[in-house]
Every structure is written in C-alpha cells, then in structure tokens.
Design a binder for this molecule. Structure first.
Ligand SMILES: [Zn+2]
Length: 170
C-alpha cells in the first residue's frame, strides 16, 4: 500500500525531515509509489513475491522469509496469504504492527478478520502467517483498510489470534 501523492502530505513529511525508506506492505494500491520516491529520494522496499511491472524498479526487494531488521526499531515480518509478498512492519517503540491487508478488524465485530474474499493464496498459508504474530511484542494493529485495534497487552493480542485460529478449525 502507498498513500495517494498529495503536495500537502509531501510538505509535511519534508518538514519532519524527509524519509529514508518507503515500505510497501504489498502490491495493492501502490499507484503513486514512484512519485513519492522521486520527490523524497527515499529507498522503496517490497517483497520479491509482489514484484510485477509496476514495482519492478523498487530499490530493495526482500527475498526469502525473513524477518528483516531496519535499525533496532523496525522489524519486517513476511506474512504471505493475502498476497505472496505481504509483509507486516513492526514499529517496536510504539508496539505497533502495520499489517497492510494481512489482517484487520471488521466494522461489525471486535474480532480479527482475514478478509479472505480478497486473498490470493490459501487460508492455511494466511493462518500460518497469523501464528508468526504470536511471537511478536505489539499491542496495536494498524491495517491499510478497516479499523485499527489496540489491545491492553500482549496476552490480549495473542488471545485474539488464538480465537481466530480456533474459528477456522471449526
Ligand atoms: Zn491488498
């Protein structure tokens, strides 16, 4: 995902000191990524599983299953299922996980939702990717669409994942 390119948002980011990297969670909705990269002179990151024509010129293509660290504050976790190259970004200082379209909360329930109707890969693969999130220390889900979620603590975050996994077993 990439935000729509708008001069106002560019100005704001430049006032904050610019950007060194632009991380693309996956291939969908990335229409403006080149404009951002040209203006901010930042290095774009995407997983090689989601490299197609429109992302072929991305500077940093992740390969394999990671995880990858950027400094000590960021960790990238390969979470295939929605797409082959879906990757979540953990921002450790705020205990926040940017999920792209891997997982979010739906409008009508507090439960986690995989939005399987939009997924390009198997449910088992996407569930395996959910299991990876059990090992991570975060309390916020910040999805590309849908609703963000904040849990009280890591235990509550993990209970919600276990509940999702159990629902798919039934
Ligand atoms: Zn998507």
């Amino acid at each position: 995902l990439s935000p729509r390119y708008t001069p106002r948002l560019v100005d704001k980011i430049e006032k904050l000191g610019g950007a060194r990297y632009m991380f693309l969670t996956h291939i969908d909705d990335v229409a403006d990524h080149r404009k951002w990269a040209e203006r901010l002179k930042c290095e774009r990151i995407i997983h090689s599983g989601d490299v197609v024509d429109i992302t072929a010129d991305v500077e940093w293509k992740l390969t394999g299953s990671g995880p990858w660290n950027i400094g000590s504050d960021f960790e990238l976790i390969h979470t295939p299922g929605h797409t082959e190259g879906s990757v979540c970004l953990l921002y450790k200082p705020l205990k926040a996980l940017f999920t792209g379209d891997h997982v979010a909360k739906s409008e009508y329930s507090d439960e986690l939702n995989l939005f399987r109707m939009y997924s390009k890969q198997s449910v088992n693969l996407q569930l395996d990717s959910m299991r990876k999130l059990l090992d991570l220390d975060f309390e916020w889900y910040l999805p590309g669409h849908g609703y963000r979620i904040r849990y009280e603590d890591v235990q509550a975050k993990n209970a919600a994942i276990e509940s999702l996994l159990a629902n798919y077993k039934n």
